[in-house]
Every structure is written in C-alpha cells, then in structure tokens.
Design a protein around this ligand. Structure first.
Ligand SMILES: Cc1cn([C@H]2C[C@H](O)[C@@H](COP(=O)(O)OP(=O)(O)OP(=O)(O)O)O2)c(=O)[nH]c1=O
Length: 191
C-alpha cells in the first residue's frame, strides 16, 4: 500500500515534485504569516515556516496521516528575500542577485499529533550579470511574481543561472532526496 500523506501547500510545483517521489497525497493550502520574527536568521525563519505549515495542518484536523509543509527563501548577504511585493521590490532583488552567488534555502517539515521533524537544504546559485532591460523584460513575463527571490530556475529564469551547487529540486521547491529520507525517518519513528 502506498504511503499516504497530506501536502500543506498551495504550490503546484511542490505537488508535482512530491508526485515524482511516488507517494499518494492530498493537498490543501495553509495561510501562514510569513513575516520574520525580530532577530530571526534566514535559516531559522525558513525552518519555522515549514514547521508552522505542517503543524497548522495538524491543528486544522488533518491528523490521520503525516502532514508535509515546506518553505523556500532566497538569501543574499544573509538577508532573506521572499516573493517580490511589487515591481520596484523585484528590480532591487534582481540588481542584488546580478553577478553574485546567493543561497536558496528550502525547509521541509513533517508533523502528526505526536511529533514534528524538519530539515533545511541550502543550495548555492550563481547569476550572470543582468542589465536593466533584461530585468524589465523578465518582470513583463509575470513569472517572478509568485516566486521567492523573484525568479524561477525551472522557467525563463533558468537562463540567468551560470552555476548551481546543491539540490536543483530544492530550488524549485522540494528537495527530492531529502524529502524522501525525512518521510522514511518519520515513518520509522527516528528523531
Ligand atoms: C528560487 C525559486 C523559487 N521558486 C518558488 C518555490 C516556492 O513555490 C516559491 C516560494 O514560496 P513559498 O512561500 O516557499 O511557497 P508557496 O507560497 O509557493 O507555497 P506554500 O507556502 O503554499 O507551500 O518560489 C521556484 O519555483 N523556482 C525558483 O527558482
């Protein structure tokens, strides 16, 4: 019998990636307040949000199977970038990413009424230098709007990436190997 899970996410990309692992699951979305707490580092933020999404699912009554929550942030010079608020925010994000290496941190968390397990996967991504015309043209495609850091490596944003070190799948939204491993650990009751 296939393992049954819940996926606490509105993201179609996370759903596609989880399907790739072969697990049966039902998806629902969680409205989490994603603002950072005072003094919170990017790694603490992303892990707290993944746990919050998973545990909110349990609190909503999804208690008969493990709930998977996940969160992605783009980190440059230690600062977490979420989804661009507007065009000006997007332009300033792209200017910071241009010609530099940043980190994409994706956290995964599994929860049931008795326990929660989580992990953060960090990937280094290097961008070529971008000029303002390219940045403007990319905004017009509408791809950046719902994406942490304002780009999608799996879409038109892939052309900006000169190098990646780590998990491509984590950058898209769900690290396949680590998610599979965490699910197995959770089911085997390892802490
Ligand atoms: C950097 C990058 C991010 N992203 C996406 C992954 C996430 O879906 C999104 C980050 O936002 P998140 O807040 O982590 O996720 P979400 O709001 O899409 O979904 P939910 O909270 O319901 O799970 O950005 C890409 O698709 N490609 C990329 O290259």
């Amino acid at each position: 019998m296939p393992t049954n899970l819940y996926l606490a996410s509105a993201s179609p990309r996370r759903s596609e990636l989880l399907s790739q692992l072969g697990y049966a699951f039902e998806q629902f979305s969680i409205d989490a307040d994603e603002s950072p707490l005072a003094g919170e580092t990017a790694i603490q933020l992303v892990e707290r949000l993944a746990r919050l999404k998973a545990q909110s699912g349990v609190a909503k009554g999804y208690t008969d199977r493990p709930v998977l929550g996940s969160d992605t942030v783009v980190v440059i010079d230690g600062e977490a970038l979420g989804k661009p608020r507007d065009k000006a925010d997007f332009i300033s994000m792209m200017r910071r990413l241009s010609g530099n290496t940043h980190q994409v941190m994706t956290a995964i968390a599994l929860a049931d009424p008795n326990k929660v397990l989580s992990q953060v996967v960090t990937t280094d991504v290097t961008f070529k230098e971008l000029d303002d015309t390219e940045i403007e043209a990319y905004w017009q495609t509408k791809e950046p709007q719902d994406k942490a850091g304002g780009y999608g490596i799996q879409g038109l944003g892939g052309r900006f990436v000169t190098e990646i070190q780590g998990s491509y799948f984590a950058v898209v939204g769900l690290p396949l190997y680590e998610t599979d491993e965490l699910i197995q650990r959770f089911l085997n009751n390892y802490e």
